[in-house]
Each structure stands twice: as structure tokens, then as C-alpha cells.
Design a binder for this molecule. Structure first.
Ligand SMILES: [Ca+2]
Ligand SMILES: [Ca+2]
Length: 275
């Protein structure tokens, strides 16, 4: 019995102690302070610019040639703070504006590709883009208008190419001792009047030769005032045709006295050569 009384007494004492403790807590007084921080905006950073291919071989005119530009960019305010990534400038190796060689005007907005995490855009070079090295400048801008830029270079190789608008030179029926003339023009859509066009990206001269039975009948061609008698060996004319330009090709055929009656055919081979 004595032990039970003692237990009861201890329990009562414990409850009193607890109440006192709780009472003390209810009566506690604290204080408070405002936490303040301003997070700065930092501009995006372009970590990589990749141009593919870095050495471009142009397709002959009128085709254009694609060049892919890819950019990696980060922003310490979060990837979603990057508002836009653009191709802003294209210059040649000495810093002159070269954007007129593109089929689209600058700036060109680049598109985010989730599969490789890069911003990318294909641009198209005109067929007359000169052989040179070029610098592409790209710029990344964030939601607050802060931006940074970076660049990469690529080179364009020389493409020497020509096209003619005629598939046949028909000199007709001629008596021995006579001459037949086919006059050319500078219009690529008139095949009866032969035209040669430079469809490459560099100045070019023209080389010509003939093959077949036509030789040794005297056939000649005149380009820009220079006449060459055609043989089975390629000869150049010493002309300089600018990229995209077309010139007339005048042909003349002379049938010498003593030529047997019959049909004579040959093949005219025309190729671009360095001007
Ligand atoms: Ca930012
Ligand atoms: Ca023509």
C-alpha cells in the first residue's frame, strides 16, 4: 500500500512539473527579421559554335549549298532564361559583310533541338559565293535583354563549272567551197543561238575541242572577239567570264573544195578552265 501511495505522489509531482514547463513555454517572446537577397541577371554564355561542313564545296548554279550552324549556350539564371539565339553577322576573311551570299537576310533565328541540346539553323550559300574563308557570328539573348556572342569560321572552295544552252550545232547542207555560220547570243533560253554560261563561283576561261568525223573540215569558234580553229586538242580562248555571266559563242564551218558528199558528224567538247 505504501508503495502505491508513493507512485501516486510521484505521478502528481510529474504532472505539476510538466504544467510549469508548458506554462514557461507559452510565455516565451521572440523576434523576427526579413531575409533579403537580389539575384543578378547574368548574360547567356555561348560555349560552342559548330559549322558543318567547315570546308564547303558549292553546287553549280542555280543550286544553293546548305551549311549547318549549331550553338551550345548556357545561362546561370536557368536554361529557360535564354530568349533567343541568332546568326547575326557573316563576314569574309578581311571583315567585309558577306551576308549577301546567303539566300536569307540576317539575323536568322536558330531553333532549339532537344535531341542534342543545341540551337541550330541551316543557311544556304548562293552558287556565286566567292572562294574565301568566312566568319559567322552568333548571339544569344536572355529574357532581360542581356546578350553575348561568339563566332566560328568556314571556307568555300573554288567551283569551276559551265553550262551551254544548245545540244546540237546544225550547219545545214553546204556546197564545197562555202561557209556556214551559227551566230550565238547571251541568252540561255535560245538554243538556236549558242550560249555559254559560267555556273561556278570564280572567273573562268573556256576550253574547246572537237572529236569525230568532222575533223579536218575547218570549224572555228569565236568568243568575245577571239577566234580559235577547233582541233582534237583542247584550246582555251583567253576570255574571263564572271560567275553567273553568259556569253555568245559564234561557230563557223568551212567545207573545202574536194570534200566528198555525205553526212559528217562530230562532237564538240566544252569545259571550263582557269581564267
Ligand atoms: Ca540571364
Ligand atoms: Ca542562246
Amino acid at each position: 500500500m505504501e508503495q502505491k501511495k508513493l507512485m501516486k505522489l510521484m505521478l502528481i509531482i510529474l504532472l505539476i512539473v510538466l504544467r510549469v514547463a508548458l506554462g514557461a513555454m507559452h510565455g516565451a517572446t521572440g523576434d523576427q527579421a526579413v531575409i533579403n537577397v537580389s539575384v543578378n541577371n547574368v548574360p547567356p554564355e555561348i560555349t560552342e559554335v559548330v559549322i558543318t561542313p567547315d570546308t564547303v564545296s558549292l553546287s553549280p548554279c542555280p543550286d544553293t549549298t546548305p551549311v549547318m550552324i549549331e550553338v551550345s549556350a548556357v545561362d546561370d539564371n536557368g536554361a529557360d532564361d535564354i530568349g533567343s539565339v541568332e546568326l547575326t553577322v557573316l563576314t569574309d576573311s578581311v571583315g567585309n559583310d558577306a551576308s549577301s551570299n546567303l539566300t536569307t537576310s540576317l539575323p536568322v533565328v536558330m531553333v532549339y533541338n532537344a535531341s542534342n541540346g543545341m540551337y541550330e539553323v541551316p543557311v544556304y550559300l548562293k552558287c556565286t559565293t566567292p572562294s574565301n574563308s568566312y566568319i559567322a557570328v552568333v548571339s544569344a539573348t536572355d529574357s532581360m535583354g542581356a546578350s553575348s556572342s561568339a563566332n566560328a569560321s568556314f571556307s568555300v572552295q573554288t567551283t569551276r563549272a559551265l553550262r551551254i544552252d544548245f545540244s546540237v550545232l546544225d550547219f545545214g547542207a553546204i556546197d564545197p567551197g562555202n561557209t556556214s555560220i551559227i551566230a550565238g547570243d547571251a541568252n540561255m533560253s535560245t538554243p538556236v543561238a549558242p550560249t555559254i554560261k559560267n555556273i561556278g563561283n570564280t572567273k573562268m576561261d573556256v576550253g574547246m575541242k572537237i572529236e569525230g568525223e568532222l575533223f579536218p573540215i575547218n570549224t572555228s569558234c569565236t568568243l568575245e572577239g577571239t577566234t580559235r580553229t577547233l582541233t582534237t586538242t583542247t584550246q582555251s580562248f583567253g576570255v574571263s567570264i564572271a560567275p553567273g555571266n553568259a556569253i555568245a559563242a559564234d561557230f563557223k564551218l568551212f567545207v573545202p573544195i574536194g570534200t566528198h558528199a555525205g553526212t559528217y558528224t562530230g562532237q564538240l567538247i566544252i569545259e571550263p578552265v582557269a581564267a
